[in-house]
Design a protein around this ligand. Structure first.
Ligand code: PCA
Length: 209
């Protein structure tokens, strides 16, 4: 069986952990008979996308789910769209702060996710995790990564389910930030597992992708 590729991010914005990697780490090593491959990415424009694309070419995964942390969100959110724009609110972990630049010069304005959104959201809710669809992944490193992954899917003409999921802060992170919602990593991981299983089953004949 081809692997499922999950990516998560290193800490950024003064944090000591990133909720996305905590959730990816909490996943089982196999989902729906697919072995799991985890890739930890730097919070850097360019390099995070390069590393993800390199892993996709090497592993030829059955499904790619990139995960990021979204402070302030109370639910797991499935991202609908990636825009060909980079606009940093804070410098990335390498000090880059692009403003109004394209992710890929000359690329399409946007890519829609290759995940079956409604089915994945329902699967995650059925697993007991509050889950919503988001219409913006922002314009920071997460949007850039989603765009790079979907650009690679389009380039390779390999109709695999691929997309991006934001998870809330962990409770430990939220303790320091009053009034921020949070979610235990094992709970977020339950949603990610359900999303991956649903994506693999819905998309096996590539009907929706
Ligand atoms: N969240 C940021 C980048 C890394 C992360 O976990 C974002 O939403 O762009």
């Amino acid at each position: 069986m081809q692997p499922i590729l999950f990516t998560g991010f290193e800490p950024f914005d003064g944090e000591s952990v990133n909720a996305s990697w905590e959730a990816v780490r909490a996943l089982p090593d196999e989902i729906a008979d697919h072995p799991l491959r985890r890739l930890l990415l730097p919070v850097e424009f360019g390099r995070s996308g390069d590393l993800a694309v390199e892993a996709m070419r090497q592993l030829r995964p059955a499904c790619v789910i990139a995960v990021g942390e979204a402070a302030g969100r109370a639910e797991v959110t499935l991202e609908r769209v990636a825009l060909n724009v980079e606009c940093a609110r804070i410098p990335d972990n390498a000090g880059a702060e692009p403003q109004e630049q394209p992710v890929i010069a000359g690329g399409p304005d946007a890519y829609q996710t290759c995940l079956p959104l409604q089915a994945c959201a329902e699967a995650a809710r059925a697993a007991g995790v509050p889950t919503a669809i988001s219409n913006t992944a922002g314009l920071y490193v997460c949007n850039q990564l989603m765009y790079r992954i979907l650009h690679e899917v389009a380039r390779a003409a390999a109709a695999i389910p691929a997309g991006f999921v934001h998870v809330p802060l962990t409770p430990a992170q939220a303790v320091a930030k009053l009034a921020m919602p949070s979610m235990e990593s094992v709970t977020a991981a339950r949603a990610l597992k359900a999303i991956a299983a649903q994506a693999c089953s819905t998309c096996e004949p590539f009907a929706e992708c």
